[in-house]
Design a protein around this ligand. Sequence first.
Ligand SMILES: [Zn+2]
Length: 400
Amino acid sequence: MIKRAYKYRIYPTKQQAAYLNEVFGCVRFVWNQLVANFNSWTPDGPNRPMNEKILKDMPEYSWLSESISYALQQKRIDFDETKSQFFSKNRKKKLGRMKFKKKGIARDSFRIPVASMGGLKSIDLKNGRIKLPKMSAMKMVVDREFAGNPKSVTVSKNKIGQFFVLVLVEEEVLIKTSVGRSIGIDLGLNHLVTLSSGVQVENPRWFRKSQAKLRKEQKHLSRKKKGSNRYERQRRKVAKVHLKIKNQRSWMIHNLTTAIINTFDTIIVEDLNVAGMKKLFGKSISDATFGEILRQLEYKSNWYGRTFHKIDRWYPSSKTCNCCGHKMDTMTLDIREWTCPNCGSHHDRDLNAARNILDEGLCDLYGFTSDELADYKRGEEVRHASMDAFFCEAFRLFCL
Ligand SMILES: [Zn+2]
């Protein structure tokens, strides 16, 4: 069984939107009270007990009972989980001090179990309606249906005031039929993705266009006076472009990773130190969202029964000649093409790296010697010579 999220836009009426905003506020309030209580700890004695029920019973906070109680309860459960993570000795990276959620800055959202909504009938996919506790049904745009068992619903609002529900569904794993083809993938700044089969995918032009628009709008914003009406109007404009970029990127990455999963059995990548790379290259790396691509490839491989393998981060995939194995001493980032001094092969930097990643991964996985590796790859190529056209078709979308 796997858990999969389905996101739908909802259209609450004015009254419903006001109520949802109220619930966002109450949930934030409960979280902040729990954090305040937790942070007030002193060595002299334990914290006073605190949960959503205690808060509701306080006369000054009685308004909390107008909210959806399951949402408050869920927030407290989330808090308890964070707290146990805070004290956990197994965590690699310690959690910092618990933070308050500020209105207007923190994401507006709340989560409730589907069981609390009266079960399945509360989510009506046929008629596009969803009914939350204490509310009348809301219109929901169903662009794709789910077949599994819904577990929880998260209601959220984005920075430009659109409302969404995210339904977490438990589904059966769908194993895809084997195609018998492996691929090595190099992620880079020059080409977003380079496949060892020779296909290179760049950030599409429409995506770069949005980024240019964002820079323009941000420049305008910096010239407006903070707090003025014009500033507020411009801020919404910038938020809108941000949102568009976010959606475009998410759409692009999902299509890309799904196309890769559909066309290959064995997917081999380099284990990137994304945090370290961000420090080295600055913002452009976070734009390319390598981490997200790897994350999606990994979980989709699990969903569909593909083999996903990360090779060692220190393997010199860029510096090694794929033809003869000669290793260069240095290879600076600005070198896009190079010629091997040992065998004379001319390489595209990224493609050579992707091929090395494939070879290294296959040797890792199956323990091949170099002769066995060559045989294995030849077999795959003979069997699937026609498939390269198929990948190109699947990726053409991104190269426009
Ligand atoms: Zn060489």
